[in-house]
Ligand binder design. Structure first.
Ligand code: NAD
Length: 320
């Protein structure tokens, strides 16, 4: 395993991180024993960064991850989140009281007395972004002082909002998803420079574009436009023709990012853990990458919006 420093935290995280949302059945029913084997294999092979949220499977992913990590807690860097609890903005709560309660419940489910990283989940769900700066992040810092979280961070889809929050209230890490992979790469334009400047740990999630870049293809809830999903199928076909595994090509592409500390890939199966570990030795063929770039070009950087419309990049204006 290869490890990189996580911004200025002093933590060294494995370049492949374990995304636990599939343990909460977010991509379809996941077998609990198989999920445990996936977690145990990952720890044994040196994956030390685990990311979860009370939102994933509406607490199921945390409960399952807590059970799977029992006896192994000290071998991992454990990250969870707070603030998002459902699909709609009404089901989210970024108030200080709620955040504090939320972490206590997460700690019980995760069978631990502290997490290594506590993140505000999907900041674009908030009604007023100033609340994150003035109330939520100070509440997280208080929990940090109390020893319940070693470091704090923010997560979300819109990069301009993440950028604005981090420039108003210092954070230790930022988790961005679906903004740097074979389909989308505007992360480096909108967020990486700030992370480098402020020594913020950058966590890049969803290297497979939430299963678009796999043989199985996207789940039916996937928010991307049909032409994006179609391009994903063409990418998979091009990889097949070149006798390469599309997931491996996609994961390796993300591991080659020069600044991101870790790439979080969602896993609930031992076979996927084993396959993804092969990415460490794997090297992408430049000719295949060029072919993929041609296929993706017409839909490159085509995204969807999430949460409050005004928090998304196309509509964003910084609050005064
Ligand atoms: P992903 O791109 O990692 O895709 C995960 C899907 O691909 C799952 O269905 C998984 O079973 C499948 N898969 C994994 N390895 C495979 C392989 N080798 N071959 C075939 N299929 C494979 O998307 P994701 O899970 O959404 O993102 C990764 C993690 O990042 C999440 O689990 C979560 O921890 C984190 N994340 C956080 C946020 C946020 O905080 N807002 C958003 C998205 C993701």
């Amino acid at each position: 395993m290869e490890y990189r420093k996580l911004g200025g935290t002093g933590l060294r995280v494995s370049v492949i991180g374990f995304g636990a949302s599939p343990l909460g059945n977010e991509f379809g029913p996941a077998d609990e024993n198989e999920g445990q084997r996936a977690v145990h294999t990952a720890v044994r092979e040196g994956i030390n960064f685990f990311d979860v949220s009370p939102y994933y499977g509406r607490t199921l992913a945390e409960t399952r991850l807590g059970k799977a990590l029992a006896g192994r807690r000290d071998q991992v860097i454990l990250a969870t989140k707070c603030g998002r609890y459902g699909k709609t903005v009404e089901e989210c709560d970024y108030s200080a009281d709620s955040i504090t309660r939320s972490l206590e419940e997460s700690l019980r489910r995760l069978q631990t007395d502290h997490v290594d990283l506590l993140q505000v989940h999907d900041v674009e769900m908030v009604a007023d972004p100033k609340q994150i700066v003035q109330q939520t992040i100070p509440a997280l810092r208080k929990l940090q002082k109390a020893g319940k979280a070693r470091f704090i961070g923010i997560t979300g889809l819109p990069l301009k909002l993440l950028n604005w929050i981090a420039s108003q209230a210092p954070v230790d890490t930022i988790l961005s998803f679906c903004r740097y992979n074979l389909m989308v790469d505007d992360l480096d334009e909108l967020l990486t420079p700030l992370c480098r400047k402020q020594n913020i740990g950058l966590i890049n999630a969803s290297p497979l574009h939430m299963r678009v870049l796999t043989e199985k293809g996207a789940p039916d809830w996937h928010p991307a436009a049909p032409q994006v999903l179609q391009a994903g199928r063409q990418v998979a076909a091009a990889c097949r023709e070149a006798e390469a595994d599309v997931a491996l090509v996609a994961l390796r592409y993300c591991l080659d990012h020069p600044y991101a500390s870790t790439t979080l890939v969602g896993m609930s199966k031992q076979a996927h853990v084993e396959q993804n570990l092969r990415a460490l030795e794997y090297r992408n063929d430049p000719a295949l990458l060029q072919k993929i770039a041609q296929i993706v070009a017409p839909v490159k950087n085509q995204l969807w919006t999430q949460g409050r419309q005004s928090n998304n990049d196309p509509d964003w204006t910084a609050p005064q």
